[in-house]
Design a protein around this ligand. Structure first.
Ligand code: IMP
Ligand code: MG
Length: 183
């Protein structure tokens, strides 16, 4: 458990993406989604937990009727290292064959989580299936996977904030920062 405030603050190395930069992109992509899905039955699916902050803010920039769904996947961690395995711990409750589905993810790292989720959802025959990700670390990819929409491409650094965690902490930071591993 992390309770020491000095220790907590000392782990936030430097801000990589400021809140105002995030807000600008959210407005841009919210408008794009609004145009693209107007008149279509849309289900926006958030992959928990990391995407909950991104999704909540993005949704407030979408100006058409749509539904929200949740899925949870666990791919991580021992600290900042990927375990390589992906488990779906919570599944959608909607029958997606009646919807255009837009998956919102926090970050694409090895690509394993989204590859698995996309394969799984395609079998359920949605009207269409696209992926929007807040962050992409293309240099870390282990399996072929590309998002349809990427807000920010970042270098190979472990990041925290705006929904992203390290050992469940730091999700509340309003910006995206580099995590200090102190190695
Ligand atoms: P992938 O399956 O390797 O693409 O990993 C995706 C998941 O790993 C994301 O949904 C995050 O939960 C986690 N992850 C990957 N990189 C980072 C990072 O830099 N900070 C925090 N979580 C990360
Ligand atoms: Mg995580």
């Amino acid at each position: 458990m992390l309770t020491d405030i000095q220790e907590y603050k000392s782990r936030i190395k430097n801000v990589l993406i400021r809140k105002d930069e995030i807000d600008k992109k959210l407005a841009e992509y919210g408008a794009l989604i609004t145009r693209e899905y107007e008149g279509k039955p849309l289900l926006v699916v958030s992959i928990l937990k990391g995407a909950f902050v991104f999704l909540a803010d993005l949704e407030r920039h979408i100006d058409i009727p749509f539904e929200t769904g949740f899925m949870a996947a666990q791919s991580y961690y021992e600290g900042t290292d990927s375990s390589g395995e992906v488990t779906i711990t919570y599944d959608l409750t909607q029958d997606i064959s009646r919807y255009h589905v837009l998956i919102a993810e926090d970050i694409i790292d090895t690509g394993r989580t989204l590859k698995k989720i996309v394969e799984m959802l395609k079998e359920r025959s949605p009207l269409s299936l696209k992926v929007i990700t807040l962050l992409d670390k293309p240099s870390r990819r282990q399996v072929g996977f590309e998002a349809d929409y990427t807000l920010f491409t970042i270098p190979d650094k472990f990041v925290i904030g705006y929904g992203l965690d390290c050992a469940e902490y730091f999700r509340n930071l309003p910006y995206i920062a580099e995590y200090d591993t102190k190695e």
